[in-house]
Design a protein around this ligand. Sequence first.
Ligand SMILES: [Zn+2]
Length: 65
Amino acid sequence: MSLIIKPCNFCNRPVAKGSGTMFAKNDGTVMWFCSSKCRKNMTVLKRDPRKFKWTGKYVKGGIRK
Ligand SMILES: [Zn+2]
């Protein structure tokens, strides 16, 4: 039995299938989150993960335009 590992859509940490949260958007896009914290940040607060140091997507020195 193999587990499918997906990166969390917010913090980029690997999420094993069966753990974490799957979120399907109205347009059909499926997103994976390691925790409700990440899900909330992405779907409710609509934060940019590149702005937060605790995510794996953090961009040092700011986001290039
Ligand atoms: Zn996460």
